[in-house]
Design a binder for this molecule. Structure first.
Ligand code: SF4
Length: 692
């Protein structure tokens, strides 16, 4: 059974409606945007102020941590004051870890309670133990007794519950049986789900968050597949935890959330950023708006036409990809130069668009800047509309040292292979011809393939997926050598189709044709779900398309052509590659967004640590405000900087705490010393020091 109705069109998953106070989630309701306060919950006025600030910028559901019973008691006054300020329609959610007593208090005052099944009345000591079936059953019975009172009280009061699993905080029971895996996350939630259903309670929303978008995407898919199998249709809350701040935090969130939304999953979202929470809302709204534009497109059908979910309007494409496990697509290897090989063992290669042939020298100079040393551009894309452009290109190329491994020439359809002949002979192995082929151009394709092969060059082929079948015999004959496939525009006509789906169809078509040619992901104005000219929109679109494909193991070259500034496009491309875990060019930071439990200033600390360690390519540093999600979430981080007590920091190497309760003033230096001791430190180069 699949996790979604279509991987090629957005068909919104059907869910039951869950009312969180006055706000409906799932079913026919729009995507709901939510966030969390960061103040000390017992500082009632500060928490009310933050809740109002969030509501005023469009937050539809506000979450507040309740780390203990006194904090949970404060929720009553917070609710009253928030309502008195005119926000009675905005529901509040209590965030609970560990303490059923805090949950039992909170449910009296707020519209929804979130529990973390990994630590709700459960052990989490990283103990290794073999659980016999009898032990396991006994644990479940204990859980049933611990969770049932909350379920019953929520039912009596008409409250909603979120079963919010975090990759970093699975119980010992789950870790020992299923490991720190998407399956473990899903099983953890299902245990709680079954208890709630045993009381005929259904106001449930689920989440499967992780800081790694790949893990998060797989976990949500698996959860939906398992729930559907058991005829459960509860709404989903989507989020990537500890995504960090700035461009990186937005990209990681958009990759995880966007990929699922395009597949029709998700009913409420939170973009977690290590920034003031009000900054999360515009990002979440932009993501929601893009996703819902696909729902609208699905609905904008002629009167009487079937709904997409009803079948005929959505063509029943299928692909062979296993959506629950990551495997990089196997491809042919292409050698552009000694330093630039494209293929399954290589990181995705980066292509940047030059404004025009005339602007080639200027773009080359921009890309040669020292600050881009760690983010090399492998290919420069330029449009060639006429023989005149070709002449200019030859001239510029003769007098300019291009800091790239190849030039990608996007050819106008009218240019014949003969016109290109002189150019192709000029520079062996450094040209990639890029051309669209219409449904009837199989002969032209054959002529181009033979031309590039004669001259040892490469051809990037664009064939609309709906025309692909007509090309299969020719492609079988031509084989893969020197070919790359791409799409620069979303093929039209399909209901609620999207470019991610079009690429999936392209990959499926290549598989059917027996081709292992590499795929180039092109982000252009026409691949956008709902593009506009803002940088945020370009960033989100690139994360949706490129991120979703890379997380499924598809993509050997990437270009973000919507950003005209070459340096900015380069940085954005590398950040998306890093967010998807496909190509690492700098230190990876896993930073929590902070909340009422936070034991130090997350924002300034994250910025300070980044300034000192941001050049450590391939090192992953977790910065956590407290230990709730700490050690587990740092499972694949190299080093951790975690609040241990007010003003005190614990340092971790992997999941192991190696230094306790350091005064914060000493912690940065000790972290760097630890990185040195483990052989992962290098001194920054001068351009880093200048830009830090
Ligand atoms: S890890 Fe951060 S966001 Fe999570 S509970 Fe602790 S302080 Fe709050």
């Amino acid at each position: 059974m699949s996790y979604c109705a279509s991987r090629f069109h957005t068909v919104r998953r059907r869910t039951v409606e869950v009312m969180v106070g006055a706000v409906g989630v799932g079913a026919h309701h729009p995507l709901r945007v939510q966030s969390m306060t960061t103040s000390d919950t017992q500082d009632v006025d500060a928490t009310v102020r933050q809740s109002i600030a969030l509501a005023e910028v469009g937050c539809e559901i506000v979450r507040i941590t309740a780390p203990n019973v006194p904090a949970a008691k404060c929720l009553r006054e917070i609710r009253e004051k928030f309502t008195a300020a005119g926000f009675g329609h905005i529901p509040l959610v209590a965030d609970i870890h560990f303490l059923p007593s805090a949950a039992m208090e909170a449910v009296e005052h707020v519209e929804k309670v979130r529990v973390n099944p990994g630590n709700y009345a459960d052990k989490k000591k990283f103990a290794v133990k073999e659980y016999t079936d009898a032990d396991y059953e006994q644990e479940l019975q204990r859980l049933h007794e611990a969770f049932s009172p909350l379920v019953k009280r929520a039912k009596e009061l008409g409250r909603a519950l979120r079963i919010g699993t975090n990759h970093g905080s699975l119980s010992d029971r789950i870790m020992n049986r299923y490991g720190d895996t998407p399956l473990g996350m899903v099983e953890s939630a299902l245990e709680f789900l079954r208890i709630a259903r045993s009381h005929d309670y259904h106001a449930l929303i689920l989440s499967m968050k992780a800081s790694n978008p790949k893990v998060m995407i797989q976990a949500y898919r698996l959860l939906v597949e398992r729930m559907t199998r058991e005829d459960m249709h509860y709404p989903l809350h989507l989020g990537v935890t500890e995504a960090g701040d700035g461009e990186d935090g937005r990209i990681k969130s958009a990759i995880g959330i966007g990929s699922l939304l395009l597949d029709g999953l998700g009913d409420t979202i939170r973009v977690s950023l290590t920034e003031d929470s009000v900054y999360e809302i515009p990002v979440a709204q932009a993501i929601a708006s893009k996703a819902m534009s696909r729902w609208d497109e699905g609905r904008a059908r002629p009167p009487g036409a079937p709904r997409p979910a009803d079948g005929p309007a959505v063509r029943p494409y299928q692909d062979a990809l296993d959506p629950y496990h990551f495997t990089r697509r196997e491809t042919t290897t292409l050698q552009f130069s000694d330093h630039c090989v494209v293929g399954p063992e290589q990181p995705p290669r980066v292509i940047v668009r030059a404004g025009s042939v005339a602007a080639l020298a200027e773009t080359a100079a921009q890309l040669a800047a020292p600050k881009l040393k760690d983010t090399p551009v492998e290919g420069l894309l330029v449009s060639i509309g006429s023989a005149g452009d070709l002449a200019t290109l030859c001239e510029v190329a003769a007098r300019t040292a291009l800091p790239v491994n190849f030039l990608a020439l996007e050819l106008a359809p009218g240019l014949s292979p003969e016109v290109l002949q002189p150019l192709l002979g000029l520079s062996q192995g450094r040209l990639l011809l890029v051309r669209k082929f219409a449904a009837t151009e199989t002969e032209t394709l054959t002529a181009f393939v033979s031309l590039v092969r004669r001259h040892g060059q490469f051809l990037s082929v664009e064939i609309a997926p709906e025309d692909f079948a007509g090309y299969v015999p020719a492609l079988r004959e031509l084989g893969d050598a020197q070919l790359i496939f791409t799409l620069s525009s979303e093929p039209g006509a399909s209901v609620a189709g999207h470019a991610t789906g079009a690429y999936r169809r392209l990959v499926e078509s290549l598989r059917a044709a027996g081709s292992r040619a590499p795929v180039w992901i092109r982000n252009t104005a026409t691949t956008a779900v709902q593009g506009d000219n803002s940088f945020l929109s370009k960033l989100l679109e690139a994360s949706f398309l490129t991120g979703a494909l890379l997380c499924d193991g598809v993509g050997d070259l990437v270009s973000i052509e919507t950003e005209a500034d070459a340096a900015r496009a380069t940085k954005l491309t590398y950040n998306v590659l890093q967010g998807a875990g496909a190509r690492i060019s700098k230190t990876e930071f896993v930073a929590c967004p902070s909340c009422g439990r936070t034991l130090f200033d997350l924002q300034t600390t994250t910025q300070r640590i980044r300034a000192q360690t941001g050049h450590l390519k391939g090192v992953k540093i977790a910065i956590m405000g407290c230990i709730v999600n700490g050690p587990g979430e740092m499972a694949d981080a190299d080093f951790g900087y975690v609040g241990g007590a007010p003003g005190k920091i614990n340092l971790y190497v992997g999941k192991q705490c190696v230094q306790y309760n350091l005064p914060q003033a000493e912690a940065d230096a000790r972290l760097i010393a630890l990185i040195r001791e483990h052989g992962k430190w290098v001194d920054p180069e001068p351009h880093h020091a200048a830009t830090a």
